[in-house]
Design a protein. Structure first.
Lengths: 327, 281
């Protein structure tokens, strides 16, 4: 055995420890980098970040990043607004938040129940035993019931399309719910949350960043992507009447580009939904069946909408089932 | 556990007796051959139970026609139209009509019983379709003959779909009904009528993730329609019928009278509605 002086041994151990630490660090960095490339976001106003999703049907051909997501940075903490259509999108959003601010996420707000907006939620729950605190999940007072009813179908679709193993943990319920209006303070920065009567769904929630006048409409507003009726057509038109008079400087739709011109943003959707309402009412007056109406009402091709073939006929079906009960 | 078992037992008794296990239905989905309706094991089992070895004249679009979309827009609201294209006479008429959806948890979605006052043994309604499946209309004539018309429908998740877009609003109008009589009403001619029933028609197959209990089944199970006191149509139905059950059917008014519908659901709630009909001529 070679006798080594203490100094040499200490030095060798130091070098060895450093080497091991560096290896571990590199390994963990590479895992993190591979695991969650940060989602691209645009800073639409100081401290307000938005990621625009693709225009595609969720859970078809492995499309999961198909809705607009965002986050707002206060002095104390961050609020995330919608988390994407899969745990991977959620992780990428979380990485994006971390890349822009060291502050913790204190709120994860879901604008409504649809899978492209909520399935990234689980990515924001820190691992047990870690140092980060769990954010509060916030939603409309009817979000819990909606998630309960739809969760199993979402998990099935996620497994079928993306191979994500089914787990109840992927459905994250709100800790705090909004019946009417709630204010959240991110530290010198107030968000106004508002729960709406049944429109796009029966659990639509909007978020207004008071400081910048940025209004996250969730799927109350669709641009480019054809609106999808999963609540009440007439209720949605009623809510749109109220949206035009809100103090909005900048509108973030659930799908489509961020815009300053609220009236211009709402016009195509208004046009589509009222045409649908009037067309279905006319069909009902004539005594047409649901099948005849779905086949007979023209689809809005060449009007600037995408995904018409995926969603229009379904909208006609939904509108018919709703309006046939009108007095 | 007891709660779950009790729900399943009640569910079994209340359906039309042919609940197929989820595993069987799943397995059959892969065995489903769109071009060969007879190849469905579920159908073979059902056929033996309902009709034993009696011959069934299948695929004849002249006498009996089932219309359904090949691809459903919404699996929870799939429009179905059954028309019998021969004149209903006292000598030869349809007495009973089965609506079967092979790969639904409860394949026999409806059984309609007609009377001479029906005029035409035609029915239109909307159903839930849970998996890609053959949908069948089987007519039994007074002569004992059996006719069948089949369509293959691509849809999935209709039965496990969430219970409606606005459950709160649905419960508020539970049991509200509406009759609609279309076209000119002439005595001794078949008249088209539509019955609409506001009801969630819950399947009982949706599990509440928080409580781990099944949201109880609550659906319309029987509808009796009469005109001027005489029965026209009886329908025994279950949760394969969409939320807000909706039926179009015919009746033959002989004179002035009241068209009446009486509905019972699985909670033994009873609803009824009526409309006065005055035939011209």
């Amino acid at each position: 055995m070679i006798a080594l002086s203490r100094r040499v041994v200490r030095r060798a151990r130091f070098v060895l420890d450093t080497l091991i630490s560096l290896t571990v660090l590199c390994f963990s960095l590479s895992v993190t980098a591979k695991d969650a490339e940060a989602l691209t976001v645009t800073e639409v106003a100081p401290g307000v970040f938005v990621h625009q999703g693709q225009h595609a049907a969720w859970a078809e051909d492995q499309h999961h990043d198909v809705a607009n997501l965002g986050f707002v940075v206060g002095q104390r903490c961050v609020a995330v607004i919608d988390t994407g259509g899969s745990p991977a999108v959620g992780r990428a959003l979380r990485a994006s938040v971390a890349a822009h601010t060291p502050l913790p996420v204190c709120y994860v707000i879901n604008t409504h129940v649809h899978p492209d907006h909520v399935l990234g939620n689980s990515a924001f729950i820190p691992p047990a035993g870690g140092s980060s605190t769990r954010p509060a999940f916030v939603g409309h007072s009817k979000l819990t019931a909606a998630l309960t009813a739809r969760g199993p179908a979402y998990l099935t679709a996620l497994e079928r399309d993306l191979g994500v193993a089914r787990s109840a943990d992927l459905i994250v319920y709100p800790d705090e719910t909004v019946e009417s209006r709630v204010e959240l303070d991110l530290g010198g920065r107030v968000l106004e949350l508002r729960a709406w009567p049944t429109a796009h769904t029966d659990n639509d929630l909007s978020v207004l960043d008071v400081e910048s006048g940025t209004f996250f409409a969730g799927d109350l507003v669709f641009m480019t992507h054809l609106p999808v009726i999963d609540g009440r057509l007439l209720g949605w038109l009623g809510v749109m009447d109220q949206l035009v008079v809100q103090p909005i400087q900048r509108l973030v739709p659930g799908h489509g580009t961020v815009t300053h011109d609220v009236a211009a943003a709402l016009a195509p959707q208004w046009h589509y939904l009222t045409a649908l309402r009037d067309g279905v009412r006319a069909a009902l007056t004539k005594g047409q069946t649901i099948g005849q109406t779905v086949d007979g009402l023209p689809a809005p091709h060449h009007q600037g909408w995408l995904l018409v073939d995926e969603f229009h006929r379904r909208n006609v079906t939904a509108a018919f089932a709703e309006l046939e009960w009108e007095d | 556990m007891w709660q779950v078992m009790r729900n399943f037992a009640m569910f079994g008794a209340l359906t039309l007796g042919f609940a197929v296990s989820g595993a069987l239905a799943q397995g059959n989905s892969s065995a489903v051959n769109p071009d060969d309706p007879d190849a469905s094991p579920v159908w073979q089992q059902l056929r033996n139970s309902l009709f034993q070895q009696r011959p069934i004249k299948a695929g004849d679009k002249v006498e009996l026609l089932l219309d359904a979309p090949s691809r459903a827009e919404d699996a929870a609201i799939v429009p179905i139209a059954i028309s019998t294209r021969f004149e209903q006479t006292p000598e030869r008429h349809v007495r009973k009509l089965w609506l079967v959806i092979d790969n639904n948890p409860s394949p026999v979605g409806a059984v309609f019983t007609f009377t001479p006052s029906s005029g035409k043994a035609d029915i239109e309604t909307r159903v839930r379709v849970d998996a890609y499946t053959h949908v069948r209309a089987i007519a039994e004539l007074n002569t004992g003959e059996l006719l069948m018309s089949t369509r293959f429908v691509k849809a999935s998740g209709g039965c496990s779909a969430p219970p409606g877009k606005d459950p709160a609003a649905a419960m508020a109008t539970l049991g509200k009904m509406r009759f609609r009589v279309d076209g000119e009403v002439r005595a001794n001619q078949p008249v088209l009528a539509q019955l609409m029933i506001s009801h969630p028609n819950n399947s009982g197959l949706v599990m509440d993730q928080l409580t781990r209990h099944y949201t109880p089944a609550h659906f319309v199970r029987k509808i009796e329609v009469s005109y001027a006191g005489k029965p026209i149509l009886t329908a025994e139905v279950d949760f394969s019928i969409s939320e807000n059950p909706n039926f179009r059917f015919y009746f033959v008014p002989t004179g002035e009278g009241e068209l009446k519908a009486e509905v019972v659901d699985t909670n033994e709630l009873r609803f009824d509605t009526a409309v006065k009909v005055q035939p011209a001529g």
